[in-house]
Design a binder for this molecule. Structure first.
Ligand code: AKB
Length: 320
């Protein structure tokens, strides 16, 4: 059984990926790590305090647990990266390079690293952006993701590191909150709707963005990592797509189930980031190479969140 390390495990994707991998691989084989306290969403299992910029400590954790696979998720997202560009470059680049160098030196089996639709900029095809569209981002986060993709392809070609990657769209889940992203509004909106609060959206009502429900995001990472190496023809990062919607469309989907829900639009600096990204993504290579297919559209996602989130909110309210 492979021993897996997840960096940034307390984040939005990390929490749910850790819990899912623990179910599949056994709790003791999945080591969660982060620079914050572990949260209950991770489930039972080992946790290590790990700053991925501390190479010595990183290697120590790899050795102590005999790790052979890393899901390296620790990063700053788009909105935060615009505000803290130095930190974004250091964390997003040096964290990845530490991971790739450790993988190379210790001959680890596999690495997963998330890229993003943020690799695309205003010159990319806006609708159904193909895999090979130009990657000329106008955001700090996008620049780190394009550079990261090139490092992944380089380490694979030059040193045989089996690193695999997905260009995630905005991820929507109800268990863990995102932080510092441009697509975060699509998570917050459900919380405000259930709290019967008027929701102020930081994007314009017609800003379409590619999005994905968390169950699909977790499944995509696991499917990609389980695919035979020879099936992986793209070593920068795969486009993957699920749904695409505007704030007005997600609000309408909620209003169908919560008729009193109200939304207003107060676009801020994140509007410019959103405008530089695609409206929707073409993911043909992922579908052809490793049979990628999403399970959730907007309506199914809204049903699932509005069915499960109330119980979670109540549990949180009751916990000390
Ligand atoms: C963000 O909004 O920064 C992320 C992303 C699209 O990569 N969710």
């Amino acid at each position: 059984m492979n021993k897996i390390l997840i960096t940034g495990a307390c984040g939005q994707l990390g929490s749910e990926l850790t819990a899912a991998l623990r179910k599949v691989q056994g709790s003791e084989n999945v080591i969660a790590s982060d620079i914050t306290e572990p949260n209950p969403n991770l489930g039972e299992g080992p946790f290590e305090y790990l700053d991925v910029l501390d190479r010595t400590r990183f290697e120590e954790v790899i050795e102590n647990y005999n790790i052979s696979v890393i899901f390296h998720l620790a990063a700053l997202l788009s909105a935060n990266a615009e505000k803290k560009s130095d930190l974004a470059w250091r964390l997003n680049m040096d964290g990845l390079l530490n991971t790739l160098n450790i993988a190379r030196e210790k001959q680890l089996k596999k690495i997963f690293w998330p890229s993003s639709i943020a690799v695309f900029g205003p010159d990319a095809q806006k609708i159904k952006t193909p895999q090979g569209s130009p990657c000329n981002p106008t955001t700090v986060y996008g620049i780190t993701k394009v550079a990261g993709e090139q490092w992944c392809a380089y380490y694979h070609k030059k040193f045989g590191v089996d690193v695999r990657s997905l260009r995630y769209p905005g991820l929507i889940g109800y268990k863990a909150m995102p932080g510092g992203g441009t697509t975060d509004y699509a998570v917050d909106i459900y919380h405000k709707a259930l709290a019967v609060e008027r929701f102020s959206c930081f994007l314009e009502k017609d800003s379409a963005l590619p999005m994905m429900y968390m169950d699909d995001a977790v499944k995509a990472a696991i499917d990609l990592m389980q695919s035979p190496s020879e099936k992986i023809t793209i070593r920068t990062s795969y486009n993957i797509s699920a749904v695409s919607f505007t704030p007005e469309q997600i609000a309408a989907s909620i209003k169908k189930r919560i008729p009193d829900f109200e939304i207003e639009y107060e676009p801020d600096y994140r509007q410019e980031i959103a405008e530089s990204w695609p409206d929707s993504i073409d993911d043909t290579p992922a579908r052809n190479d490793w049979n990628w297919a999403p399970q959730y559209d907007l309506e199914r996602m809204t049903d699932d969140i509005l069915e499960n989130l109330p119980a979670l909110i109540q549990k949180d309210a009751l916990s000390p």
